[in-house]
Design a protein around this ligand. Sequence first.
Ligand SMILES: [Fe+2]
Length: 225
Amino acid sequence: MITLTKLPFAENVIEPFLSAETIQCHYGKHHTGYVNKLNELIKGTEFDKMSLAAIIRGADGPIFNNAAQIFNHSFYWSCLGENSSAPEGKLLEKIDNDFGSLEALKEEFIKMGTTLFGSGWVWLVREPKGELMIKQTSNAHTPLSSNLIPIFVCDVWEHAYYIDYRNARPDYLKEFWEHINWELASQIYAKTDTELLIGVEPCSDIHDLFCQLLDEIQAGDRVTS
Ligand SMILES: [Fe+2]
């Protein structure tokens, strides 16, 4: 059985970036709905006892869609900070190296989020050789299907912003940028900056380790749905 990750903050503390109404709808209905639906779909199947990462790797169709959406949403909530922060240390050095500056990364990230057609996600990821890149994924697709390690993600499905921003996705993305949990991003970057994770194949090894890492970082935050 797959459990619903606990929201890492109270539903009204990141207002006005996201209202309590958005959180209640997005987390309480959409994210929770994916968990309930997946558990219904995998009951009595080969996926019943698998980890979420294993289901994402092994499934397609509705089981993949619901499983990937669960991971993507759990990670998205973790990527949001109550207060603004900033990258530092090795992550900041790497951003400067790969994008020129933090401001250049911001500009490119918002552009990629704005231009993604339809529903999906925009990610900062590191590819197997260690380079940082911005990646768009449509619908439920996730870097866990490839050998990319997520650093942070923004949900650009309309359900993520329509209550608060109507159709102004760029405004939502600009506010998202002010609420990135850079502490988590820096931890992921530091802990995956090892020979153990960079350049290792197959990708399943990376993502089992990545999911373990997230579990360690978020220890104690899981509750049963
Ligand atoms: Fe969403």
